[in-house]
Ligand binder design. Sequence first.
Ligand code: HEM
Ligand code: HEM
Length: 184
Amino acid sequence: MGLANAPDRFGLVSRALHWGMAALILGNLGLGLALMQVPPGLSTLWLYGLHKSLGFTALVLVLVRLVWHRLSPPPRPLPAPRPWQDRLARATHAALYALMVAVPLAGWSAASASGIDTVLFGRLTLPAIAPVSVAWEDWAALAHRWLTRALMAVLALHLAGVAARLAAGDGTFRRMLTGRPAGG
Ligand code: HEM
Ligand code: HEM
């Protein structure tokens, strides 16, 4: 079983990280948006706790993924029909990585500035990374909101690229799903 990546295929570790994190991040985007529809109160506190716990897990996993990709470099995107499409695919992946780090960090700052402890899965209290301040909380919550909007936009681009590769039948989707090299 190929755990590591190779120049032409994704290994099991990278594929598990990609799909596990995709589910976590898409789920937490939905949960974050749903949170904004319910009035904050004692009865919804646990939902905030769940959102923060899942978001922090995504932050830990993206750091694991970045380290893993230093140790075991992933394959480059398959060549696209036009050079700008290759550049766009690489830029999209870089933006996704930047946002996977920035979104939870902004959320963590907003949570710290509120003065309420961030307790992971009801067990582990995270240290505060921002001073307790209403102005800071407002600013960080706004940053968190706009970074999530940027994430949604870049994700739409990512999914459009995946759909285009699926339509072209070049094996991009299959190699992320099954690990088999394109054409193999
Ligand atoms: C993958 C990670 C995350 C995603 C995708 C995400 C997504 C979102 C979204 C979409 C919202 C609604 C924003 C709005 O419409 O105004 C939100 C709100 C919020 N998130 Fe996150 N979040 C993540 C991680 C975190 C983390 C790690 C924390 C804290 C430790 C956090 C704390 C919050 C808080 C406190 C709010 C409410 C902000 C407010 O009251 O305006 N989030 N999140
Ligand atoms: C259901 C939704 C998704 C589908 C169908 C999908 C599909 C794919 C596919 C097929 C690839 C392989 C590209 C290649 O072979 O070069 C890929 C790569 C990638 N995807 Fe997604 N993806 C999804 C969600 C996400 C999400 C939510 C994120 C992060 C926010 C993400 C981040 C990435 C990144 C960074 C890469 C580059 C390879 C890597 O570093 O692992 N994807 N995706």
